[in-house]
Design a binder for this molecule. Structure first.
Ligand code: 13P
Length: 252
């Protein structure tokens, strides 16, 4: 089974309008036959980004959605609003949302449901803290995040999910998980998906790695059997780093 690689840039709370325009104009040069390239700017820049990249193959995605369609939720953005500006995919469950905004598994499962009901695609993030790994709880944590967050979906719904494994201790720290740790966890995740949804879906689901991916380590990480690309933070804010990471996913 040949799964297409994905390289997605999560800009987090970076890049104002002018900076976003500049970065996007540099990214337009990126072309990679074998890679689906995505960027996730902040909400305020999504409309501009999507319009600017209309004729390119780069997909613009959101960093989050709220679980309700509309209503008295000051400051929030719904799936329906995103769709109305042409955004068809959202990241859900990033560890920074879990940690700083107290997003529980229950909230995340509602967000997942909202995305599915609106026919949006999902990049669902999971990852253990360093203390979980040190206590050898990392497999349990990952299993419970998946079970509570996405495994309630029916098979046909699950097909719109991409998983991003991002060990929290590797995010923004320069401390990338090593190849053994990454492959072992990705295989574990794929096997869990196989138990829940069968071989075909598990062989098709794309599992991305995130956590200090850089041009220098991308090729090695992307060459691992169960790694189907990356979710890139810091390095996605630099056009040459990001395009070199895309090149690494495209086969060097
Ligand atoms: P860094 O690439 O900066 O470690 O961030 C990873 C991440 O959180 C992407 O969502």
């Amino acid at each position: 089974m040949k799964r297409k690689k994905i390289v997605a840039g999560n800009w987090k709370m970076n890049m104002n309008l002018v900076e976003s325009k500049n970065l996007i104009s540099d990214l337009k040069e990126i072309s990679a036959e074998n890679v689906d390239v995505k960027i996730a700017p902040s909400f305020t820049n999504l409309y501009m980004a999507n319009s600017s990249l209309e004729s390119s193959k780069i997909e613009v995605v959101s960093q989050d959605i709220h679980h309700e369609q509309k209503g008295a939720y000051t400051g929030e953005i719904s799936a329906e609003m995103l769709l109305s500006i042409g955004i068809e995919t959202s990241i859900i469950g990033h560890s920074e949302r879990r940690k700083y905004f107290n997003e529980t598994d229950l909230i995340l499962s509602k967000k997942v449901n909202s995305a599915v009901q609106n026919s949006m695609k999902i990049i669902f993030c999971i990852g253990e803290e360093l203390s979980d790994r040190n206590n050898s709880n990392h497999f349990e944590i990952i299993k419970s995040q998946l079970t509570n967050g996405v495994f309630h979906l029916e098979s046909k719904e699950f097909k719109s999910v991409v998983i991003a494994y991002e060990p929290v201790w590797a995010i923004g720290t320069g401390m990338t998980a090593n190849s053994h740790q990454i492959q072992e966890m990705h295989e574990f995740i794929r096997n869990l998906i196989k138990s829940n949804y069968g071989v075909e879906i598990s062989e098709n689901v794309q599992i991305l790695y995130g956590g200090s991916v850089k041009p220098t380590n991308a090729e090695e990480i992307f060459s691992l059997k169960d790694v189907d690309g990356g979710l890139i933070g810091g390095a996605s804010l630099n056009s040459s780093d990001f395009s070199n990471i895309v090149k690494a996913a495209n086969g060097g």
